[in-house]
Design a protein around this ligand. Structure first.
Ligand code: AMP
Length: 500
């Protein structure tokens, strides 16, 4: 049993004897309770029986009307609604590869990804100028109503590809990570065990359905445990607060939690029925952990994972949750830090994807010879095996030959009076290679003074770490998952400092 997950019985089941592994994982529990509500949303609710039936009908539509067969990619760019999960399950039944696309991608971005994924079908409501055949969700559903509610599922085992997700692409060109039936099933069983998720849970679902967090963690955990989830489109604080009275579980990104804390209606009384708040996808400040605990008496459980690997580590349900860390490796998953401490975070296990789509050469460059995936994150493992993420390796600043880890400085600067939050980046510098630069957001109504910040920095950090410049902005640029877009910030700030 892994340290830090005491009290949980963990059996890393993959159910490899099932005819269609992912289907068995996602509907295995719900088939015992066909009348139970699987999902509710503004557009209506869907029981497990209806989900099962609709996914079978959609599987027929995919095969009979759109010529989809095993191994084909089906790209999907849709608004969040229960039918999207039925379509996802339909793809699993057919043995097709489900390719969800970020709903904010522009036509040009979608066209690039279609060129790469070469799907046989795009499910999207808006027309797009591309050769891929397209159908809207409305037509797909109308087409499905004439078909049988049972389907002869394709045999799909451990290695069968089930989904391909383009990595969030805050830097570089997006790459498609291909995830197998086993990768996704392992994630469901492991997380349900370590987080104690059961059919009694009601999940407040506030995340998008095109990203690993909202789809493979939140939605899949809920379905595979036979629980109920309540879909929220976007994050309306008032609506989410209302949902807590009837729910037990929430999974969110740090921004969700800071937005709740910004609202005085968010109290211990409001969260009395909630048993677990999970955070991930971006680092959560210690101060947010502390404020949340002070307000609700509950500790947020922070975990860490990525598109290519699903979840990797988690603070425990029962043991100590350490703010500022993402917990120990999940049972069955190996995590190591190499090349010093802080060093490169590497991971191996049944959760890890096999390949990037169309890029076989990356198998050698992105994996070590002994099969560990190089996450690109830099971290430290403490004596209890808890991992602290210090940053992305590409965000590491090398100034005058010395390494500066942004998160360390951000934590210090965030504590300065009047500072709301900060992002530390390196910008090109003729003398130092890179110059440490702090981009700072002031608390509302506060005017920050650069020389005062500099004095405080001088008192609290080694001289090579002291930012050469402080840049004040009204907010940090973030992507839909709440991650600060450091690549964009580097370009914008370098331009600003050059006076372009
Ligand atoms: P994505 O593939 O979009 O899920 O992004 C994965 C990346 O998000 C990881 O490689 C980390 O850099 C970051 N990440 C995820 N969870 C956390 C966390 N709890 N703390 C810090 N960074 C995180």
């Amino acid at each position: 049993m892994a340290r830090g997950h005491s009290g949980c019985r963990v059996t890393a089941r993959t159910g490899s004897d099932a005819k269609n592994l992912l289907l068995a994982t996602l509907l295995g529990a719900g088939r015992h309770t066909p009348d139970k509500v699987a999902m509710t949303s503004a557009s209506g609710s869907m029981t497990y029986g209806q989900l099962d039936a609709l996914s079978a009908q959609l599987a027929h539509v995919l095969v009979d009307l759109h010529g989809v067969s095993r191994g084909d990619r089906v790209a999907v760019q849709l608004a969040k609604r229960p039918e999207v999960l039925a379509l996802n399950i339909a793809c699993a039944r057919v043995g097709a590869i489900y390719v969800p696309l970020n709903s904010s991608y522009t036509d040009r971005e979608v066209a690039d990804l279609l060129d790469d994924a070469a799907p046989v079908l795009l499910v999207r409501d808006e027309v797009i100028n591309h050769t891929t055949p397209r159908v809207g969700i409305g037509d797909l559903l109308i087409g499905s109503s004439g078909f049988e509610t049972i389907f002869e599922d394709e045999e799909c085992g451990v290695h069968t590809p089930a989904a391909m997700l383009f990595t969030s692409g805050t830097t570089g060109r997006p790459k498609g990570a291909v995830l197998s039936h086993a990768n996704l099933s392992f994630g469901c069983h492991t997380l349900n065990d370590v987080w104690g998720i059961t059919s009694d849970d009601v999940l407040v679902h506030v995340l998008p359905l095109f990203h690993v967090h909202g789809l493979f963690v939140a939605a899949y955990c809920s379905l595979s445990s036979g629980a109920t989830m309540r879909f929220h489109d976007g994050f309306n604080v008032g609506e989410v607060l209302g949902a807590f009275a009837e729910s037990t579980l929430m999974m969110g990104v740090p921004t969700h939690y800071t937005r709740l804390l910004d609202d005085e209606r968010f109290t211990a009384q409001r969260t009395a029925k909630m048993r677990l708040f999970v955070s991930g996808s971006a680092p959560m400040l210690r101060s947010t952990h502390e404020e949340f605990f002070a307000r609700t008496g509950q500790r947020i459980l922070e975990r860490y994972g990525m598109t290519e690997t699903g979840m990797i580590t988690s603070n425990p349900l029962y043991g100590e949750r350490k703010p500022g860390t993402v917990g120990p490796a999940l049972p069955g998953v190996e995590v190591r830090v190499t090349g010093g401490s802080p060093g490169a975070v590497e991971v191996r296990g049944p959760n890890v994807f096999a390949e990037y789509w169309n890029r076989p050469q990356l198998r050698t460059s992105e994996f070590t010879p002994d099969g560990f995936f190089k996450t690109g994150d830099v971290g430290v493992l403490d004596d209890d095996g808890y991992l602290e993420i210090v940053g992305r390796s590409r965000d590491l600043i090398i100034t005058g030959g010395l390494n500066v880890y942004p998160k360390e400085l951000e934590q210090v600067i965030d504590e300065f009076p009047g500072v709301l939050e900060s992002a530390v980046i390196g910008v090109p510098d003729a003398d130092f290679g890179e110059a440490v630069t702090a981009v700072v957001v002031a608390q509302p109504g506060v005017a920050l003074d650069e020389s005062e910040l500099r004095e405080r920095a001088q008192a609290s950090m080694a001289s090579f770490k002291i930012p050469k410049s402080f840049v004040f902005v009204s907010e940090l640029p973030r992507n839909t998952m709440g991650k600060v877009e450091k690549a964009r910030l580097r370009v914008d700030v370098a331009q600003l400092l050059r006076g372009d």
